[in-house]
Design a protein around this ligand. Structure first.
Ligand SMILES: CC(C)(COP(=O)(O)OP(=O)(O)OC[C@H]1O[C@@H](n2cnc3c(N)ncnc32)[C@H](O)[C@@H]1OP(=O)(O)O)[C@@H](O)C(=O)NCCC(=O)NCCS
Length: 176
């Protein structure tokens, strides 16, 4: 049975083995890796500091600048095995409204096509509702069939496909 948990340095070894499955430099959506662009996450101390950063992103007692938004991060796990990540941005700024959306996710390559992304997105929707949102924007690349299906399976209604520097972006709204 999968579960969503708050990121923890207890799963460092499993997280590292998942990371090894990705091609070098691949964008792991919804992981918060952008917070540690040059960090050596193989180092347990550096990993712990990054995990703490992830956890702090949801701390709404800390005011953020206009361009930054609070976000809650979860890991998709089975027992002590890391399978993927999903995050929920608490509000949209201009860039998120245009391309990024409220929710990002990724599943480690060896755990794909088992319904995990569909399950994880479905599990985060009530969390979004609990934050007071009545609909969420979820986006994916126009050619990302797996992500598009994940969103559609969770009730996503396509608003448009926007041209970006990196190609077309499908923008879906899910009513909560
Ligand atoms: C996209 C991604 C999250 C899907 O994760 P997953 O756990 O394999 O997805 P699921 O098993 O829940 O599959 C969801 C649906 O997409 C389909 N699907 C998944 N991957 C697919 C692929 N590569 N090609 C075609 N269909 C695919 C599944 O068959 C399923 O469809 P169904 O419900 O009609 O049977 C995963 O491939 C991934 O992490 N990719 C890289 C990061 C990424 O693209 N993140 C999303 C950014 S918006």
């Amino acid at each position: 049975m999968p579960a969503l948990i708050t990121p923890t340095d207890r799963l460092h070894v499993s997280w590292m083995s998942a990371c090894d499955e990705w091609p070098p430099g691949a964008h792991q959506s919804g992981t918060g890796l952008r917070l540690a662009p040059e960090a050596d996450l193989a180092d347990p101390g550096v990993f712990s500091a990054w995990v703490e950063q992830l956890r702090q992103q949801s701390d709404t007692s800390e005011a953020l600048g206009e361009e930054r938004v609070h976000a809650t991060h979860w890991w998709i796990v089975e027992g002590d095995t890391y399978l993927g990540a999903i995050d929920l941005r608490h509000r949209l700024n201009a860039v998120l409204l245009d391309v990024g959306g409220h929710i990002g996710y990724s599943v480690r390559p060896s755990a794909r096509r088992r319904g995990l992304a569909t399950w994880a997105l479905g599990a985060v929707l009530p969390e979004a509702r609990a934050l007071g949102l009545d609909k969420v924007l979820v986006t994916c690349d126009d050619d990302n069939v797996g992500s598009a299906r994940t969103i559609e399976r969770n009730g996503g209604v396509l608003e448009d496909v926007r041209a970006t520097e990196a190609g077309g972006k499908r923008r879906y709204w899910i009513t909560l």
